[in-house]
Design a binder for this molecule. Sequence first.
Ligand SMILES: [Zn+2]
Ligand SMILES: [Zn+2]
Ligand SMILES: [Zn+2]
Length: 389
Amino acid sequence: MSKTILTSNASPNLLSISELPLVIHPGPIHEHWTQAARGKGFDLIARVRDRLHVALRCHACGGVHAARHSVVMSAQPLCPHCIEARWRQTALTAGLIWLGRDTAHRHYGRYGLPCGHESRRQFKFVERMALGEVAARCDACLIAREDAEAQRFGWTRLGRDLKGNASYRHYLHACGHTQRIAVGNMKWGQCDCSGCGQSWTAKPSFIYLLDIRHFGTGRHFLKLGYSAHPLKRHKHQLGLPKEAVVEVLRVVAMPTGHEACAREKATHADLRRTHPESLVPHPEYADLMNVASEVYRPESLPLLHENLNRIEADIVDAARIRGPDLVSTLSRTAGPTDPDAMPDNLKAHPLTVSARRIPARTRARRKPLPRTSPRDRSPMLRRHPGRPG
Ligand SMILES: [Zn+2]
Ligand SMILES: [Zn+2]
Ligand SMILES: [Zn+2]
């Protein structure tokens, strides 16, 4: 018995998901099958594979697929080519590239992400993405980002938390010790190594950007600065009245207080030279907070973000280049700060800090702190020896 191979005359990529070419199965094609198929949007073109299957050509797309004749008779056959075309279109709407089905799971497809990585996602999830309800996070990028954050402080991200806590990761310190650390704490450099005893208080600092509004007088400023405790900074040291509203717009973790100070100062000097209009003259805020400079107009926000982007990129590059040497740098910068002095909300949710509006619960203390105050533990104030009192 000779076998005929049936192939579709549709474009070759339409054949990829059915089992074409199909082997013709001998036997009559019953007229009532043909009629039923036509009524359901298909031409029945052959019996294929075995006595149970027929080949159907879709009226909508011309693609051919095999279906059981019982499905043709008692249900609605579904064209896999049309379904795939829909998945492809949904992916496009969602900003993804359709790469094909996940052969291991019928509810999943493979997608190209905008960052270039590939990811498997549930069709339902991609539909919701296309509707704008959810966004795809790239796991590969997330891991790379977390590792870069860890590298800044002399750690390497090894993987998931061995105890299965979703907010922890398993890290390797430059000294060879491994331990679990909350990913949020790592972001902020709060990572004591229990192997070599290096304490996080010995190292990091932060450049921060605050949005400060005083509705009573309609004033609105941006404040750039650096501190080991950006949240405490405005609570305890800016001396803002309690009705002022402060939002932490951005925090850039720096490996050392020294580097934070140098970069922040350089940025300020640069802006003073190139964009003098972005600076707010001291008398405009002298009664509102007890700092002498680094107060900017709200319009200069993109400019400040640009500068912070540059600093952030440099820090990551430097960490990559320096690698383990970072640790020795860090250990030389032991500071007097106390880890327990970190506010609890900062310990628990450091990642959410930039998204929240935090009313300044500072006591209404408008007079600047004396520079020699024992509570003045921020390098922020100590670096202005010559500022007006
Ligand atoms: Zn079709
Ligand atoms: Zn990615
Ligand atoms: Zn260590």
